[in-house]
Design a protein around this ligand. Structure first.
Ligand SMILES: Nc1ncnc2c1ncn2[C@@H]1O[C@H](COP(=O)(O)OP(=O)(O)OP(=O)(O)O)[C@@H](O)[C@H]1O
Length: 257
């Protein structure tokens, strides 16, 4: 579905992303991890059109999308959430999501945008009531709104940026399960950037690790969590918990639980 080849982003003389290549298959959840400043958001920004790549190719469903404007990329079927939710506070929850629905997939009809918004809100468990206010939403509610906005654009590929930040443990598990359901029930492929390793390793099919803008590892969660270089540059004291979560998830998958 997605084939990225030799992706580079330079800011002046600094290479924030340096010759990164990877593929994502239809229906996969790929975890994208790495230390702060390793280039994860810059990759998301290039995939979603917020930043043009300095060089490299991004093939989505066989078509080159590198350098296209964000609205064209959304119309092709790549949606994203943002690390820090910034809804329009003067609009209701529903109106925020309808606006995203208008934007996605070239929808120009209010009716279709409203239908997309209703489906998206029901999926994430937020009220579909037209007037419910954004003001009462806590951290978990705002993350759900962020997801609903991305879903309302009708993505085939969802870029989820730190969906767990600011959530408590129960909310994190719910948010991770929701990403799983979005893949399982809606068939949406997901790339997920996250720092909370135990939860990520439980849910993703594959993991790719960045350090200083370069890909340093890629593979099954249990293999990546046990990789000496990944432990050294990133996981550190999280390594045992990550490995345990990845191994448990792998065992559950093997027995089909
Ligand atoms: N617009 C910009 N101009 C200059 N440097 C930038 C710009 N955007 C990002 N960078 C630099 O590029 C590097 C990669 O940043 P990026 O935000 O992609 O990292 P990240 O892995 O997403 O980090 P985090 O986990 O903290 O979100 C960092 O050194 C950052 O300071």
């Amino acid at each position: 579905m997605l084939a990225v080849e030799g992706l580079v982003k330079r800011f002046g003389g600094f290479r924030a992303v340096n010759n990164v290549s990877f593929r994502v298959e239809q229906g996969e959840i790929l975890g994208l991890i790495g230390p702060n400043g390793s280039g994860k958001s810059t990759i998301f920004n290039m995939l979603s059109g917020t930043l043009p790549p300095t060089s490299g190719s991004i093939l989505f469903d066989g078509h080159e999308i590198a350098g296209l404007a964000p609205h064209r990329i959304i119309n092709r079927g790549i949606g994203r959430t943002f690390q820090i939710p910034r809804p329009f506070h003067r609009l209701s929850i529903f109106e925020n999501v309808v606006l995203a629905g208008f934007y996605g997939q070239g929808r120009h009809s209010r009716g279709k945008a409203e239908e997309a918004a209703e489906r998206a809100l029901a999926m994430v468990g937020l009220p579909t009531d037209r007037n419910a206010s954004v003001e009462g939403l806590g951290a978990a509610g705002l993350k759900k709104l962020e997801l609903a906005k991305a879903l309302a654009t009708g993505p085939k590929l969802l870029l989820a940026d730190e969906s767990l930040g600011g959530l408590d443990e129960a909310e994190m598990d719910q948010a991770a399960d929701m990403l799983r359901r979005i893949r399982d029930e809606l068939g949406i492929t997901i790339i997920w950037v996250e720092h909370i390793m135990g939860v990520l390793m439980r849910v993703v099919d594959r993991v790719m690790v960045l350090d200083h803008g370069e890909k340093i590892a890629e593979g099954l969660p249990a293999d990546v969590a046990g990789d000496a270089k990944v432990i050294e540059v990133y996981l550190g004291t999280d390594a045992d918990a990550s490995l345990a979560a990845a191994a448990a998830a792998q065992a559950r998958r093997r027995i089909g639980a």
